[in-house]
Design a binder for this molecule. Structure first.
Ligand code: HEM
Length: 504
């Protein structure tokens, strides 16, 4: 009996010691480099509250950011992964813009062979990313966006028609996140995939169902994401997937059918798929390293898929957060309404590109929304070329992960007085200048959001069309202060955004 107990206790102790050693082996990394670091806890490092789904990544990083008010950067551990958390705007600009060649990648794991849809601009690295970005950039020029305005206006009209019918049938309370997500799904459906999905009318819309499957924020998908990011070998070994197989087949199928249909019927349309097909048909110059990227149908599918992935939820949550702030701040809503009316009087309806561009106050409101609720709460980079911190005796090794805590910076009272107050005046043209690197809803540098201009036009148009016809106020179900859903990768309001909507 006695030896059996001893054996069990010895084995348990050995296992505990092994696990402790295994989960803390890297925790001397920053000390060895003489970098000030946050104290990690075994296994979790410094992101326990995020991993345990108590808060979002951005909120977790904000706590660390606030713990080191005098540091320009702080060493942290994401589980076992040493990561540099940047605090200082000048250093952030260095990493994102001036020294970009040292930090070209995000370090997101993807397997383009097994999951072809993951071979997209957000994930791609090095020269492949660079060449594809060059090819895709003209697709988002103001001229190209202007040509898509008709498609955007059409989605806005569908939204208004839907509201009209719902209000006539006696409905007055709406969950805005769902409503705006259906609107932006329709926008990406028509502008990227060339599909009229009308997910507002068709509640069974396959496209919307797939969108929900992609951005599923359940605990199991959050866990799968953690395994993918922090235990890539395990992710591969278990043959886990970034998206369900069904989603992959759906999007590959949709793009293939669309391309085939257009080729057979010689259909031309002002949308992204058309622009990508035009690029595909151009001669493909090869560069000196022979790293030319051929825009195959599969690669086109991955790019339109990422426009969907990166474009629909970011814009829809921003729209719903903005409408929430309009409901809380009625005087701001009145000022926006006046501006829309004046613009409609001056330019006529439907609003033209020039009319949309002229609405400065509406733009300020959107900018302030993305300041207070940045959809992407942290930017990621990985060191791709050895780097010495400017003016310091600190070397950043290749492979080191870098995080820029956007949410924390946007809520730092040094840059934004009373950060919890919604104040669009912060973005007035003659407003006080803040340092570069302190407003980053779309990122910065060569990897800045490629869809930024498109998103601004889409969101301004949607808000103008909506607020021209309807006013919003808080409903009994809504809370003035929004909490984020911790399992969600993008900022997402917990419990949704419930507002009363009335016809003007
Ligand atoms: C409110 C709307 C949006 C927000 C807040 C947003 C935000 C962002 C952010 C923060 C990044 C990372 C930038 C960095 O690492 O420096 C990004 C990248 C990207 N976004 Fe957006 N985005 C929005 C809408 C869109 C739309 C509408 C599209 C496409 C139609 C889009 C496509 C992309 C792509 C492809 C990338 C990767 C760019 C690259 O690595 O070269 N985004 N976005």
């Amino acid at each position: 009996m006695f030896p059996a107990v001893v054996i069990i206790v010895t084995c348990c102790t050995a296992i505990v010691l092994f696990l402790y050693k295994y989960t803390t082996y890297s925790y001397k990394y920053w000390k060895k480099k003489s970098v000030i670091s946050a104290t990690p806890v075994p296994f979790f490092g410094n992101i326990k509250d995020h991993v345990m789904l108590k808060m979002t990544q951005g909120e977790c990083l904000k706590n660390i950011y606030n713990d080191f008010p005098n540091e320009k950067f702080v060493g942290i551990y994401q589980l076992q992964k040493p990561t540099l958390l940047l605090r200082d705007p000048e250093i952030i600009r260095q990493f994102l813009v001036k020294s970009f060649t040292h930090f070209t990648d995000r370090g997101f794991l993807y397997d383009g062979h097994r999951e072809p849809l993951t071979k997209h601009l957000v994930n791609l690295e090095g020269d492949t990313w660079k060449m594809l970005r060059q090819k895709l950039t003209p697709t988002f020029s103001s001229g190209k966006i202007k040509n898509m305005l008709g498609l955007l206006q059409g989605c806005g009209v569908q939204l208004i028609n839907y509201m009209e019918a719902a209000i006539e049938s006696g409905k007055s309370e709406f969950e805005m996140r769902d409503l705006t997500a259906k609107f932006t799904t329709d926008v990406i459906g028509t502008c990227a995939f060339g599909i009229e999905c009308n997910s507002l009318r068709d509640t069974q819309s396959e496209f919307r169902r797939m969108g929900c499957a992609v951005l599923n924020s359940s605990a199991s998908s959050a866990l799968s994401k953690i395994v993918r990011v922090f235990f890539p070998k395990l992710f591969k070994a278990l043959k886990l997937r970034t998206f369900p197989f069904e989603v992959q087949q759906f999007f590959l199928g949709v793009v293939k059918q669309t391309i085939d249909f257009r080729k057979t019927n010689r259909v031309l349309r002002n949308d992204f798929i058309q622009l990508l097909l035009e690029i595909k048909d151009q001669k493909q110059p090869k560069n000196a390293d022979d790293t030319a990227v051929e825009l195959t149908e599969e690669l086109i599918a991955a790019q339109v898929f990422v426009f969907f992935l990166a474009g629909f939820e970011t814009s829809s949550t921003t729209l719903s957060f903005c409408l929430h702030e309009m409901a809380v701040n009625q005087e701001i809503q009145s000022r926006v309404y006046n501006e829309i009316n004046e613009t409609a009087d001056k330019y006529g309806l439907p609003l033209s590109y020039e009319a949309i561009s002229s609405m400065d106050y509406l733009e300020q409101c959107l900018k302030e929304t993305m300041r207070k609720y940045p959809p992407v709460q942290a930017l990621s980079r990985v060191c791709t070329k050895p780097y010495r911190m400017p003016g310091m005796d600190v070397d950043v090794d290749v492979g080191t992960a870098v995080l820029i805590p956007v949410y924390a910076i946007h809520h730092d009272p040094r840059y934004y007085a009373e950060p919890d107050t919604f104040d669009p005046e912060r973005f007035a043209r003659d407003g006080s200048a803040r340092p570069a690197g302190t407003y980053l809803p779309f990122g910065d540098g060569p990897r800045i959001c490629i869809g930024m201009r498109f998103a601004m036009v889409e969101m301004k148009l949607a808000l103008a069309q909506f607020l021209h016809s309807y006013s919003v106020s808080l409903s009994d179900k809504s809370c003035a202060r929004i909490e984020f859903e911790p399992a969600s990768f993008l900022s997402c309001p917990k419990g949704g955004i419930w507002l009363n909507v009335a016809k003007r």
